[in-house]
Design a protein around this ligand. Sequence first.
Ligand SMILES: [Ca+2]
Ligand SMILES: [Ca+2]
Ligand SMILES: [Ca+2]
Length: 1014
Amino acid sequence: MRKYRTFIIAVAYLACCVFITVHTWAEKIKLRAGHVIPIDKKLSRSDIKGMFRRGERLVWADQDANTVGMPVGGIAAGQLYLRGDGTLGLWQIFNKHIFSGYGATNYRTYKPESPVDSGFGVVVKQDDKITVRKLDHNFGKVEFAGEYPIGLVRYGAREFPIKVEMEAFSPFIPLNAKDSALPATLFHITLENTSSQSIQAGILAWLENPVCIDSAPSIHALRRTRVVGEKGRAMIVHTAEKAPPPTAAEQPRSTVALADFEGPDYGDWKAAGEAFGKKPAGGTLTNQNPVSGFLGKGLVNTFLGGDGPHGTLTSPPFEISRKFINFLIGGGSQQRQTCINLLIDAKVVRTAVGKDNEKLEWHFWNVEEFQGKSARIRIVDGASGGWGHINIDQIELADVPQQVPPGELEDLPDYGSMVLACANAPCQTRTVLDSVGGWAAQLNAEDDVTFPVSKSKTAALATQPLKLAPGQKQTYTFVLTWHFPNFKQGHEYANRFNSASEVAHYVLDNHERLAGDTKKWHQTFYEDSTLPRWLLFRLHSTVANLATGTCQWWKSGRFWAWEGVGCCAGTCTHVWNYAHAVARLFPELERSAREMQDFGEGFHEDSGLVGFRSDNNYAADGQCGTVLKAYREHLMSADGGFLKRNWPRIKKTLEFSIKQDGNDDGLIENSQHNTFDINFEGPNTFVGSLYLAALRAGEEMAKEMGDEEFAKRCRKIFESGGKLSVERLWDGEYFIEAVDLAKHPKFQYEKGCLSDQLFGQGWAEQLGLGYIYPAENVRQALQSVWRYNWAPDIGPYNADYKPERWFAREGEPGLFTCTWPKSPYLADGVRYKDEVWTGIEYQVAGHMVWEGMVEEAVAICDGVQKRYDPAKHNPFNEIECGDHYARAFASWGVYTALAGYEYHGPKGHLGFAPAVTPDDFRAAFTAAEGWGAFSQKRKGKTQQEMIELRWGRLTLKSLAYEVPENFKPAQVTLTMAGKSSKCDYTLKDRRVEINLKDALVLTPGQMLVVTIQR
Ligand SMILES: [Ca+2]
Ligand SMILES: [Ca+2]
Ligand SMILES: [Ca+2]
């Protein structure tokens, strides 16, 4: 519960005063000349008013929605995008996670690709003529209005008699992780006849068979596509199976060698750039690990002069005269950077990369479809970092593939099944396709076809055209499902389903409940809330990261994550320090990460070290954060089981940090590795505040466990640390780092203003642990972060100080990681200092809300929203090192702060103190076993609190609310199910606390009303 907080809401004149204060204050401070970030942010009254307006659902039309890629698959079931025009994109559901880059190039404007042919179209039958209009950007006017988890696209065209609305989503039900982790996407397509005549209309749906999508060029197998009717449903079922062995008649022709690289030079191959030199390598090059597996004495090896150089080596044109091209390959694994490509008409039709291994191994391309064509081979080295080279030898044309066997078909990562099902029975699809003609006639509607994996085929389903009277609507339900179980650690979903067909039937059998609960959540979170709609969009958009390659839910039940898609493994403790969304929405997933990783595989029993990537390495911030997360997971539990099971290890984890402190004075002063990928070398409040908050959490948990002695020890160290931090680190405006730069010249922030300097204090607010530093220092430090580090336009500052990576561009607002407003800029200072990370922005914004800096907090969120405008950047993909970066889950900390949410599941305690519009506030909340809507109304002498449960159950034993100043309650009444009773309460610092005599258990539809009267 925030204390002494002033309610500065969207009242323009008040806001004006705030910024005038800023202005006068600024005049007193002498700023460093190069600090070009304005103290006065020049936010106008109408800017602020606009940010706080409730507003409507956001809608982007046509090109403005070009970058949209909204994840619409289940949690940890891969990554499938709904694009701005309602078509599907990306399709990373085949157990391959593609890293978009470290950060130099991934903040770019692009439309997500779509490697799999699929779609929907409206079938219209008029005067016996059948036409199809595809649901894509060519329809006419197309609007994207999706709000995670529900995608929504509307289609209309003046000359077309049908208006279409399509919802696309995977079931998403907070606290029900399993039903939210289905490898499935539901589509509700509603047709509306907008003409003045009756029209016969239906839907055509199609889907390519993508099974073995990555392996196809290098395996001998068949794809099988069936169109079946099961349980009254029409289904396209895609699978793959073994190909029969070649028959005797197919005698292989002799092999043709294209290149063996045994000559004194490259012959008629053309080398460009530096990486290839003038002749083939004779084996291992200087400073290279031993190269093996090549034939003869020569090979292509681009480690010439190390990984640095780039270049290409291109063959003369040759005719593809056999079914396969075989070659030996080793070296780097970077797509498009360390690769060998097959070019036909200058287009790359096949590509292969190494496996970050110096040993060359056989690889082949199936090129049967290109036989007789002229082609070239180009070997590419466009990489400079680690494994920035490629090794190639012995390229040959053959009728028999040479290769290290990829394994049995059934074991390949992209082997499995995929289904597109319609809730309705099948109709005469072939008739529809033939009547439409053109592209539609090429689609496949046969009952059962098999074909080589090297070929692609798209199957279709049509619904029976139905008569729609003018103004009449008709909704069709489809579900797309997939089942690709061959992931190294397995998929949780594969414990429950054996095929995509089973998933499809489960989703349709439970359609009403799965879709109903998902919509109920959407309704509760977006529609029924009083918070600004755009802000709700922003804060919930990051939750989509759960349904991307970033997150995995293993067969063992363990939740595991990259930092961003495909990079930086191990549910990194210090990145996940920022993430609140998963813990509040699906606490069982975070509990599994604590129990199976932090206090499981990554825990060192002897020392209490929590390896920060489940390894042997120490991160000071991650270690402290683990204790805080453990406490949060306890608070989000229904009972004390989690704490009881894990307490011995939680305690040891904290004791490890206390050991780093060394003398129990509450300051950690040794070398502190942390999320900036460097070490801080002196006491600081970034790690320090996390340490103090962890001590407070430790104290609370120790008390609950009856370990009074440890509770006292934590308290003592905590109190000392808070006091010493102010004495040693307070510079009058904010907290600095006490470091000897002569001894540690690199990567420190010293007198700088670090945005994360109160990270632990923000955590303490989230967990109801109170102040760890004096409230006035906290507030002033947060003000300084706003004044010195938030730029309405990052351009001028970044023009002088180029960031290592760009996550914001000139003209866009953002909060810098660290600045030096009053002391010389440290060019060698903390790493990433000139960058803008959304995770830090949300962390800071959430904390600001708790401290009453609501406008500043909302302005920071508005900055993120402006950067991730879908005309420029996918609003569902906040990047850092890789796509869908986990730190962005911090947005949920802003959400809980806005509601002033406090919760202790095992104690049955729930409280609220809305930070905006406290006179009329409503928002969704989650608890350990249920969720619903909270609302508060103030009128005259009455303040009314309503808790309406909408899903699950909610056990309540105590409640807490905030009342206005000078509001002295005379009576508190509790009403449930028509029965009212007076109850006892306490009032302290505007906080009303109510203890219930008997625990209440709310079930869906039940409402608890608390009336506080003065
Ligand atoms: Ca050779
Ligand atoms: Ca290179
Ligand atoms: Ca110490």
